[in-house]
Design a binder for this molecule. Structure first.
Ligand SMILES: [Zn+2]
Length: 343
């Protein structure tokens, strides 16, 4: 009995055409490119989809054939049975050749990826972000203000005197210097971002002229600034970026497509602009602010007042995404211990 294929000596890349002969418990090649051996000394790869099969000789040389069915038939007819195939590979073949099983595995894989993305990755990102030194945040955030200036923001039109008042207000709200961040307040005209405030990873906090105009008191501005300081202290933006990077890396690992991951790195500045805090992060920043209201002599009512006015200032829901995750205003006001508008 014989079967056609290619023989590889394991040293040269090119193969040589030959036939594999099996009979009387022995295997040999025709022409005799390598020494024959007992059937039991052969290693035969298990069938795997439509991939070629390999028969490995004791000297390490390899016979490759595309005729999987003929190889199986030939092995089955040998007295004394076929050489043992790898048990794991056999099971893989068994699973692969059954559609429902393959679909079920695919569904399980998708479900576990989803679960890890939604639950595991944020947890992992939080753990990593809180252990990274502020220098990492500074590095990541170093170009973000310049990018926002290019894309959305315009120079502030507030008088210099008003800007100085805001700087003084901001200075009084900052945590002790040992937090490791160098906080900075930047005033800008909001453009598309409108009445807004947001924190960049390097602890720069931007407040727009429109927000300053919208606030009916400096206490309202102070509460917003505290909330943004809370985002910095909890490293929220860094956590978001780590999550997205982690998801990209995981997709690259699963799909084997590394270009996807490198595209992600190139798209980093864009992602920064698109970053959207989760509801949990918003509540965390709110909590940070609420815990410090008393210390700065601010009334809790200021928070609800400015939030509701901010929400009303965004007709049609068109809003800058840095602060766009504030739809549950009423819920957040309740969390502050105040009655919400619609409660
Ligand atoms: Zn926020």
């Amino acid at each position: 009995m014989r079967i056609e294929g290619q023989w590889f000596d394991g040293r040269r890349a090119a193969g040589q055409s030959c036939s594999l002969w099996l009979g009387q418990g022995r295997a040999r090649l025709e022409p005799p490119l390598c020494a024959g051996c007992a059937l039991a000394d052969l290693a035969v790869s298990a069938p795997l989809g439509n991939t070629p099969r390999y028969v490995t000789f004791p000297d390490g040389s390899l016979f490759e054939t595309a005729d999987s069915a003929a190889l199986d038939a030939m092995l089955a007819m040998q007295a004394g049975g076929a050489p043992a195939q790898d048990r794991l590979q056999q099971q893989v073949h068994l699973l692969e050749s059954r559609w429902p099983v393959a679909l079920l595995c695919l569904a399980l894989l998708a479900a576990s990826l989803w679960l890890f993305t939604v639950r595991g990755m944020p947890l992992l990102a939080e753990t990593v972000a809180l252990r990274l030194p502020p220098a990492v945040s500074n590095y990541i955030g170093r170009d973000s203000l310049a990018m926002l200036d290019r894309l959305v923001l315009q120079p502030s039109r507030l008088p210099a005197e008003r800007q100085q008042q805001l700087q003084a207000l901001f200075g009084g709200l900052l945590p002790p210097a040992d937090a490791g961040f160098t906080f900075r307040l930047e005033c800008r005209s909001g453009g598309k971002a409108g009445a807004n405030a947001f924190a960049l990873p390097d602890a720069t906090i931007v407040v727009t002229d429109e927000l300053v105009a919208l606030a009916q008191s400096d206490q309202e501005i102070a509460v917003v600034l505290l909330h943004e300081i809370g985002h910095v202290q909890h490293r929220h933006l860094l956590r978001l970026l780590l999550q997205q990077a982690g998801v990209a890396a995981m997709l690259a690992a699963v799909t084997g497509d590394i270009t996807g991951a490198s595209e992600f790195v190139l798209a980093m500045p864009g992602l920064l602009a698109q970053a959207q805090y989760s509801q949990a992060m918003e509540l965390e920043a709110d909590r940070y602010a609420s815990e410090r209201l008393g210390q700065h002599g601010l009334p809790a009512a200021a928070f609800g007042a400015i939030l509701q006015r901010l929400e009303a200032s965004r007709p049609g829901g068109r809003e800058w995404r840095y602060l766009s995750s504030h739809p549950q205003t009423a819920e957040r006001i309740r969390a502050f211990g105040l009655p919400g508008e619609d409660s």
